[in-house]
Design a protein. Structure first.
Ligand code: IMP
Ligand code: MG
Length: 190
């Protein structure tokens, strides 16, 4: 049983991206994606659990027909703050992506290890196209060179939470992106 989590304000050092800034940018991304995929089939794949808030708002900002599916992955090496670059699928897709236009929807690309690994796997299933849409891009933290086709915000290399991103599974519900006060919270795993 985890300890009772603190109110988020006790772990927040600053709000990095406000709710209004998020929603404005997501509307822009949705418009861009709608234009880029106009007249084509589109399948959004969300990586659980961090991507869910972004997915549901992005869907409402996309004005062309699209389908969704989910997958979940976990990094090898439990407890490691840095992901090892190898992922294990804990929940697979239900839809066959062969010949589909797939857009992978992620909360954050950090080292890039997770996305690189997921892209390899999805590519082997022969989609018609495969692109990446991430809300947050910690560009300076990149280790694996992954193509990011759509990025909401390029952010500094700070540990953030809220709007899908968790601290030990809590605070995903916050409508903004906050920076963690590292004097009050020590990240243990991603
Ligand atoms: P990567 O494999 O290093 O790109 O890490 C991607 C995953 O690490 C994301 O899907 C998140 O689950 C997690 N992650 C990376 N940075 C943060 C952060 O600042 N806050 C919360 N989770 C993060
Ligand atoms: Mg996480």
């Amino acid at each position: 049983m985890p300890q009772h989590p603190l109110p988020y304000k006790e772990l927040l050092s600053e709000i990095l991206i406000t709710e209004e800034q998020l929603q404005t940018r997501i509307a822009e991304l949705g418009a861009q994606i709608s234009q880029d995929y106009a007249g084509q089939d589109l399948l959004l794949i969300c990586i659980l659990r961090g991507g869910v808030m972004f997915l549901t708002d992005l869907m409402r900002a996309i004005n062309i027909p699209h389908a969704i599916d989910f997958m979940a992955v976990s990094s090898y090496g439990v407890g490691a703050r840095k992901s090892s670059g190898q992922v294990r699928i804990t929940l697979d897709l239900t839809i066959n992506i062969r010949d589909r236009n797939v857009l992978l929807v992620e909360d954050i690309v950090d080292s890039g290890g997770t996305i690189a690994s997921v892209l390899d796997l999805l590519q082997s299933r022969q989609p018609k196209s495969l692109r990446v849409c991430t809300l947050l891009d910690k560009a300076k933290a990149r280790v694996s060179d992954v193509p990011v086709d759509y990025a909401g915000f390029v952010i500094p290399n700070k540990f953030v939470f809220g709007y899908g991103l968790d601290l030990d599974e809590y605070y995903r519900d916050l409508p903004f992106i906050g920076v963690v006060d590292l004097d009050k919270f020590t990240p243990t795993e991603t």
